[in-house]
Ligand binder design. Structure first.
Ligand SMILES: NC(=O)c1ccc[n+]([C@@H]2O[C@H](COP(=O)([O-])OP(=O)(O)OC[C@H]3O[C@@H](n4cnc5c(N)ncnc54)[C@H](OP(=O)(O)O)[C@@H]3O)[C@@H](O)[C@H]2O)c1
Length: 300
C-alpha cells in the first residue's frame, strides 16, 4: 500500500516530521508559505506543492493532511483555504499547539462538510519530530483507527494515545506544556541558587550525577547537562523567555476548574518579567527552549 500524506507547515517541527515521514516510506506532498523550505524538502524526497490548491491536487482521495503551523490565525486561514479543495472522507490533522476550544470549533465546522478532523498534541521537540514523537490525539475514534498507522509510524514505541472526543488531544498538550513550564522554572531557579552559593559548583557535573539515579532525573535535566557542557557560564545568552500561549490557556483553564496551579502561575510571571529582568534562571530556560524546541536564543 502506498502511504500518502500532505503536510502544510515546514517550520522547525514540520520539516523534521516530514523527514520522519519520508524515512517511514511515505509519499509526501509538502507545502510551506515561504517557498525556500518547500524546495529544501523536495531535495530530501518530498513532492513539492506551491499552493494549497497544488497540494490538494497532488493528493489522492481520501486525502490525509497534517497541519504543523503556528497556532491561531495561520491555522484558521489555512483551513479556510483548504475547505474548497476537500471532500467527504478527507482527514485533516492539526499537529500544532492550537487552543482546544478552537479545535472543537474547527471539528464542528468541518463535520458539517463531511471532512474529518483530529487534534494532535505533538511532543518531544524537534528531535522527537525527526526520530520519534509523542502524541495525544482527539477526535472521532473511528477516524483515529482509520489512520492509526500514521501515528504509530511517526512516534516512539508506545508514543501515541487516543484520548477521546474532539479537543482532547490539544487539551492534554496544553497541560503537558503547563507542566513543562513549571519544571523548567523549578530546575532553573534551583540552579540559580547553586550559582549564587559560596561554592564553586560545576553545574554540568551536578546535572550529570542527578541524572544518574536521583529521583529528580529527567529528560529536561539531561538537556540541562547538554546546555552546561556547551556553555558552562551561560555566556552571551539574553534571558528573555519567549513562548506561545499554551501556558496562559492552561492557567485560565486551571482557574476555571478551581485548581490553583501556582507553579504555572509563577513561571508565567517570570516569563513576562524576563522581558525586563533577566537572571541566571531565565537564561537557563532560554537555553533549554533552544535545546529541545529550536526556539531562537537571543544573544546579548
Ligand atoms: N518547536 C517545538 O518544540 C514544538 C513542539 C511541539 C509543538 N510545537 C507546535 O508546532 C507548531 C509548529 O511549531 P514550529 O516550532 O515548527 O514553529 P515554526 O518553526 O515557527 O514554524 C511555523 C510554521 O507556520 C507557518 N506559518 C506561520 N504563520 C503563517 C501564516 N500566517 N500563514 C501560513 N503559514 C504560516 C510558517 O511558515 P513560514 O516558514 O513561511 O514562516 C512555518 O511553516 C506550533 O503550533 C508549535 O506551537 C512546537
Amino acid at each position: 500500500m502506498v502511504k500518502q500524506v500532505g503536510i502544510i507547515g515546514l517550520g522547525k517541527m514540520g520539516f523534521n516530521l516530514s523527514l520522519n515521514l519520508i524515512d517511514n516510506d511515505y509519499s509526501l506532498v509538502a507545502y510551506n508559505r515561504s517557498i525556500e523550505k518547500t524546495k529544501q524538502l523536495a531535495k530530501k524526497g518530498a513532492s513539492p506543492a506551491f499552493s494549497i490548491q497544488d497540494l490538494a491536487q497532488k493528493l489522492a482521495s481520501p486525502k490525509i493532511i497534517l497541519l504543523m503551523l503556528t497556532a491561531g490565525k495561520p491555522v484558521e486561514e489555512t483551513i479556510a483555504s483548504l475547505i474548497p479543495h476537500l471532500k467527504k472522507g478527507d482527514i485533516l490533522i492539526d499537529g500544532g499547539n492550537s487552543y482546544f476550544k478552537d479545535s472543537i470549533a474547527r471539528y464542528n465546522l468541518l463535520k458539517k462538510k463531511g471532512i474529518d478532523f483530529l487534534d494532535m498534541g505533538t511532543s518531544g521537540g524537534t528531535e522527537g519530530a525527526r526520530h520519534g514523537t509523542s502524541l495525544t490525539i482527539g477526535g472521532e475514534k473511528e477516524i483515529f483507527k482509520k489512520i492509526e498507522f500514521l501515528f504509530r509510524d511517526i512516534s516512539v514505541k508506545d508514543g501515541y494515545v487516543y484520548l477521546g472526543k474532539s479537543g482532547a488531544g490539544h487539551y492534554a498538550k496544553m497541560i503537558h506544556n503547563a507542566i513543562e513550564y513549571s519544571m523548567l522554572e523549578s530546575y532553573s531557579e534551583g540552579f540559580e541558587v547553586l550559582e549564587k552559593s559560596p561554592y564553586d559548583f560545576n553545574f554540568k557535573e551536578i546535572a550529570k550525577v542527578w541524572n544518574n539515579g536521583s529521583i529528580i532525573r529527567s529528560h529536561i535535566l539531561s538537556l540541562i547537562e547538554n546546555v552546561f557542557t556547551k556553555n558552562p557560564e551561560l555566556k552571551n545568552i539574553d534571558g528573555i523567555i519567549g513562548g506561545g500561549e499554551t501556558g496562559t490557556w492552561a492557567y485560565k483553564t486551571a482557574l476555571s476548574q478551581k485548581v490553583e496551579f501556582n507553579t504555572l502561575k509563577h513561571s508565567l510571571q517570570k516569563r513576562k518579567s524576563s522581558e525586563k529582568n533577566q537572571s541566571f534562571s531565565t537564561k537557563l530556560i532560554s537555553a533549554l527552549r533552544n535545546e529541545f524546541g529550536g526556539h531562537e536564543i537571543k544573544k546579548k
